[in-house]
Design a protein around this ligand. Sequence first.
Ligand SMILES: [Zn+2]
Length: 138
Amino acid sequence: MEVAPFSDISYERFLSEEKLMGSRCSNCGTLFVPPRAICIECHGSEMEWVEMKGKGKLAAYTCIAIGPPFMAKEGYDRKHPYVSGVVELEEGAKVVARIEGVDGSKPETIRIGTPLKVEFLHRGEGKDLRTFLAFRPS
Ligand SMILES: [Zn+2]
């Protein structure tokens, strides 16, 4: 079986298939999401793909009022900021994702430690089709 390279391109392709994938170092067991080809802990290059269950909790977040143009198209602006967060996965890795289902204009209502589950946001068309990783409270 051919193994996909441990790159952002593979990671994004898996996202488009609604799979959240990371790489695990065969030498020391460290998990990377998105995947890395070389382990930053032991510099090992023996990696294997691991699919995440898609559950985690909110570790940190920021409310973003001025985002990229495609976020403005989705209706996010100064009055409706979107939320970008760091999600600590059950598997132990931390991943940056959009946080859906929370109110970015009321940051005081967003709680660190909130249990989250994965969601895949498909945006754009044709060759501009992209899938964004998101999480929402479970
Ligand atoms: Zn390692």
